[in-house]
Every structure is written in C-alpha cells, then in structure tokens.
Design a protein around this ligand. Structure first.
Ligand code: NAP
Length: 446
C-alpha cells in the first residue's frame, strides 16, 4: 500500500508522464516499499529526493536513418534516458526490439538506478535503445543501423559521462559496431565508453555469462538462507537469449536440471534436461528459432506459442522480458511446488505475480537484485579498461559471486531491519534507494 505522501508523488508521476504504463509500474513498485525510509529520514522528503529521482536528468530521442540491403531508406527512433548520475557516470544497456518506446526505456532506466546502487559500485542509472528489429536483418544492415545510431548518440557518451552496454537484441556483435563508429567519430580509443565488448578489444571475461550466472548465484544464496540448495532441483528458464542461456549453464553446473526454455514463438520442454551445447549452437551460432532444437533432439517437444509456466518446476528464472509472468501463472507455479524465483529479466513478473509468490512463502528475488550481476561485471570491465588490465575468468567469476552474495546479504539485512524478514523486494528497494538518496543529498540541489 502506498504511503499517503507518496501517493501524491505517484499521482504527479502519472500526470507528468501520461501513457507510460511500464514506467508507472516500476515507480509504484519502488514507492510501495520506501514509506518506512521516508518516515525515518524526513530530510529526504524536505529535499524532494523522491520527486527528483522520478525525473530523469536528461532524455534524448533521435532519428536513426539507414539504408537496407535493397537500397530502401528506413527510419527508426533512438532513445537514451540518462536517469540519475548521483553515484557515477550513467550506466545501463541498449535494447533493440520493435516494442521499444519511451515508457519501456524509462522503466528500465528507473530500475537501473537502484540496481546499480545495490552493486555497491560507482555507477549511475540509464537505459536506451531503438524500435529497430534486428530479426531477419543481414550483418550489413545491422552494422549500418548501429553506425547511424551511434552517429547521433556519441555526443552524449563518454567514459566519465554515460557508458551503455547490451540488452535485448544488443550483444557483442552490435557493441562491436557501436564501438567502432564511436572510435571513428571521436578519434579516441576510449575503451571504457561501452561495456560488453569482445574479448580482443577491451571486453571482460565473464561479461557474457554474468547476468545469467549472477541470477543463479542469487537463487543459490536465497536457498542457502533457507537451509537448502539447488542440487537435484527441477527448473524452468524463460527466454533463450543471453541471460537465459547462461542461467541454464550455471543451474546445470550447480546440480539442477533445467527442463524448459522459450523464445517468442514457443516453448521447448525437454524432461531429460536442456542440451546446452545444442541450444547454444542454434541460438548463438545459427541465430535460429527453438523449433530447430526439437527437430534435432528426440526427448524434446516444441510447443508453438506454448506456456512455459504450466510446466512444474521448483526453481524458476524468468529471463525473457517484462510482464511475461502473470498472477495466474504465479498461482499455477505455486500449486506445482515452486519454492524459488529469481528475475533474470527486468520486471518479468507483474506486481500481482510478485505478491502471489511472496504471500505463498516462495523465495522471490526481484530483478534489481537478482540480475545485477550483468551491470556489476560491466563495472568490472570498466575497472579493467581504466587500468589497461585483463583478469582471468576464474578471478572475475569469483568477484561476481562475491558481489551477488553481498547484494543478497544487503537485501536480507535491510528487510529484517524494516520488519519484513525474507522480503527481498522491500530489502532491494530500500537498500538501493537509501544509497542513492544519501548521495543526492550530499551533492546538493543539482
Ligand atoms: P536477448 O539475448 O535478446 O534474449 C531475449 C530472449 O527473450 C529471447 O529468447 C527472446 O525471444 C525472448 N523475448 C524477448 N522479447 C520477448 C517478448 N516480447 N515475448 C517473448 N519472448 C521475448 O536479451 P537478454 O540480454 O537475454 O535480455 C533478457 C532480459 O534480461 C531483458 O529483460 C533484459 O532487460 C534483462 N537483462 C539483461 C541483461 C544483460 O546483461 N543482457 C542484464 C540485466 C537484465 P526471441 O528471440 O524470439 O525474440
């Protein structure tokens, strides 16, 4: 329930940002949790910290013209929302997907502020992207699009200003083209301006794996806190992109069995456990669709347009997109024996779904905390770039595991302190908010 003072703030957010439902949802989720902090720190309210946090420092929307392989002119829209730089340079991914609009970029940027704060690293929050659809586009088309996108965006970036990374539709290939164009325009080899780079030009080992691995480290911590482990658990992971693939990999390494994953066309159910090498071959090498997986593996069934959440699982890692798991899905999962959920994606569970899980006593790790491993490893990439160093896989993975354990502990202790033991949503929102709010107070009215 919203605190009365916060209700007015929320009404204002809706009035000032009409027709942005995802942004409203993300703001409400944070405001729902922070009433007790505002009561404890009246100075936050006096300085209008919440109103300031809800207003991006800067928003850029731009035209991205490019030519396709047939010589036809195409126009897309580019976005960068630089939300909050109290803790460090703006930091957050770029998403290329036809559904991208201002509401989605703002919800992601808003979440990113608190997620980045939770990592304990010196990074502010931002997000960007375009309604460009890379599906079915040739290599050359993707490159021309990335070059045109960066031709406008470069003037807003810099290793001390704003440092984008990947997200849906933006992986190492796209980051390579974006970095190449930035380097050409600025005549600077400024490695720290983008993260998620290829290993041979300034990227960090473990960055590719980091979000998925991190989400699984987080689940592992939640289960340990309840005196159990992942060993022998049946799991499902939605999506089959960057986050999903490496969540599946780490779950298998920790002794769990992942029996289903998905893409936007359907679901793969493989009761013997997903064959990761085959999945990587289809998704990372061939850039294909999941029906190809079932065609090559006898034990698997492809359910076109199917529903992954009806498949029973003890541990669930939704890793595709926002609002992909409804209240009804959550009730089905609880009925089928689900004990833990970690949001690999950003806001994949609706507010109702999160409530159902928490009320049923399921260990529920919200995205801000559970998928923070990606951006944390991006910050490790920035550290390596700044010192012209590159760390080993083992060293970097140990750092990631330590960061995730630290975030888990912080959420747990904060939830305890505020009288809601085991509630990671409240723990994450309050811990993230407090760190940003204190920095904003210290920096004055800027
Ligand atoms: P990705 O590699 O592009 O993969 C996205 C996956 O989700 C694909 O399997 C895609 O299926 C599916 N998907 C996307 N939009 C969908 C939709 N509207 N309906 C159904 N399925 C959909 O992206 P990613 O990097 O794994 O990102 C996945 C989620 O994790 C996003 O919420 C992102 O914000 C979040 N996240 C990512 C990172 C990171 O480091 N990459 C960090 C933190 C959070 P199709 O191929 O069929 O579209």
């Amino acid at each position: 329930m919203l605190d009365e003072k916060l209700e007015t703030v929320y009404d204002d957010v809706i009035r000032r940002n009409p027709a942005e439902p995802e942004f409203h949802q993300a703001v409400k989720e944070v405001l729902d949790s922070i009433g007790p902090v505002i009561a404890k720190h009246p100075e936050f309210a006096r300085s209008k910290i919440i109103q300031r946090i809800c207003e991006p420092e800067r928003q850029v929307i731009f035209r991205v013209p490019w030519t396709d392989d047939k010589g036809e002119v195409q126009i897309n829209r580019g976005f960068r929302v630089e939300f909050n730089s109290a803790l460090g340079p703006f930091k957050g991914g770029l998403r290329f997907h036809p559904s991208v609009n201002l509401s989605i970029v703002k919800f992601l940027g808003f979440e990113q502020i608190f997620k980045n704060a939770l990592t304990g690293m010196p990074i502010g929050g931002a997000k960007g992207g375009s309604d460009f659809d890379p599906k079915g586009r040739s290599e050359d088309e993707v490159m021309r699009f990335c070059q045109s996108f960066m031709t406008e965006l470069y003037r807003h970036l810099g290793e001390y200003t704003d440092v984008p990374a990947g997200d849906i539709g933006v992986g190492t290939r796209e980051i390579g083209y974006l970095f190449g164009q930035y380097k050409r325009i600025t005549n600077r080899y400024e490695s720290g301006v983008l993260t998620g780079k290829g290993i041979n030009f300034g990227g960090s080992l473990v960055r590719t794996e980091a979000t998925g691995y991190g989400a699984v480290f987080f689940v592992d911590e939640m289960l340990k806190a309840r005196g159990t482990t992942l060993d022998g658990r049946t799991c499902t992971v939605s999506g089959s992109g960057n986050v999903a693939i490496y969540a599946i990999e780490k779950l298998a390494q920790l002794g769990a069995k992942v029996v289903a994953c998905s893409d936007s066309n359907g679901v793969i159910h493989d009761p013997d456990g997903i064959d990761l090498e085959l999945l990587k071959q289809i998704k990372e090498v061939e850039r294909g669709r999941l029906d190809a997986y079932a065609a090559r593996r006898k034990t698997a069934t492809h359910l076109p347009g199917g529903q992954i959440w009806t498949i029973p699982a003890e541990v669930v890692v939704p890793s595709a997109t926002q609002n992909e798991l409804s209240g009804r899905d959550a009730r089905t999962l609880v009925k089928n024996g689900c004990i833990a959920v970690a949001e690999g994606a950003n806001m994949p569970c609706t507010a109702e779904a999160a409530r159902v899980f928490i009320e049923a006593g399921v260990a529920f790790g919200p995205g801000k905390a559970a998928n923070a491993g990606g951006v944390a490893t991006s910050a490790l990439e920035m550290q390596q770039n700044a010192s012209r160093d590159s760390w080993t896989f083992e060293f970097t993975e140990r750092k990631l595991a330590g960061i995730m354990a630290g975030i888990h502990q912080n959420c747990l202790e904060t939830a305890d302190e505020f009288g809601v033991p085991g509630n990671y949503v409240v723990g994450a929102n309050i811990a993230g908010f407090e760190r940003v709010a204190r920095a904003m107070l210290a920096l004055g009215l800027v």
